[in-house]
Design a protein around this ligand. Sequence first.
Ligand code: KIV
Length: 302
Amino acid sequence: MSEQTDLPVYGSTPATNPTEHTVPAKVTVPALMARKGTAKKIMCLTAYDYPTARLVDEAGFDLILVGDSMANVVLGHASTLKVSLDQIISATRAVKRGADRPLVVADMPFGTYHVSRADTAINALRLIREGGAQAVKLEGGRNRAHLVRALVDADIPVMGHIGLLPQSINSRGGYRVQGKTAAGARGLLEDALALQDAGAFAIVLEGIPAQVARRISERLLIPTIGIGAGGGCDGQILVFHDVVGLSFGPPPKFVKRYANVADIMRKALGELLVDMRSGEFPAALHTYQVSEELPENWDFDL
Ligand code: KIV
C-alpha cells in the first residue's frame, strides 16, 4: 500500500491556484475590443499547458492563445496540420486551470472548419464547452467570413487570422510573407474588412510588411494582433517556446528570444544525471524515514 502523505506529489503545484495568483479584472472580449484606439497595447502569448499558463497569467498578459503551433513546439510535428481537435481541447482545459485573468482563445485545427458551417459550429462549440475557451481563432479572410458569421451567430466570439497562414502550407507551397505588393496588400485589407463585417472581435496579422499591417490596423474598428507584422498593430503575439528558447533551431526573424530555457534545462538534467549515477541523489533530505523503530523480524515471514 502506498504511504499516505499530505505533501505534494509530482511537482509542488496545488490543484487550485493560491489566492495571491487571483487577479480580479478578468479580460473579456468586450474589454479587449475597448482597447482599440487607446494607447493600451494588447499583450498575447501562446500556452498549451498548466504551468505555462500560470506563468503567462502571472506576468500580466491579456490573452492566451492555445495555438495549433502546439503541433510544432510541443508535439514535434513539422507543421500545424497534425494537431487534432481533441488535443487542442485537452490543452485548453489545462491552460484554463492555470489562467485566471487572461482571455483564453483556442485555435481551430486544420480540418475542423473546412467542411461545412454546421461542422464548424459543432467543433467550435466543443472548444468552448469541453475546453473552456472563451473564443476561437480560425485562419483565412474572405473565404472564411461566412463561417465567422455562423459562429458569431451561435454566440461564439471569433478571432480572425490573415497573412501568413501556417495551415495553408500545402496550397501556398510554404510559409510566405503576404502583402508585399499593392495587389497583395489590397487583398489583405479586403480580407480584414470581410472578417470585421462578419463579426470577428479581433484579427491576427501574421507575416505582413509593417506598413501594410499599420494601415490595416488604422482602417479597422476592431483590434489587430501582430506577429511578424511590425509595431503598428493594436497588440502583439508570439509563441511561448520561441520567446523563452524552448524551440529548437534558429527562431524566425520576427522573434525576440528573452531566455534560453533549453540550456537551463540541459544543465539541470546533466547535474541530476551525475548525482543519480554517483548516488549523491537521493540524499537524506529527500528520503522518508519510518515513524517508529522497526522490529528486526518485520519482514521474516513474507
Ligand atoms: O498557433 C499559433 O501559435 C498562432 C500564432 C498566431 C501565434 O496561430
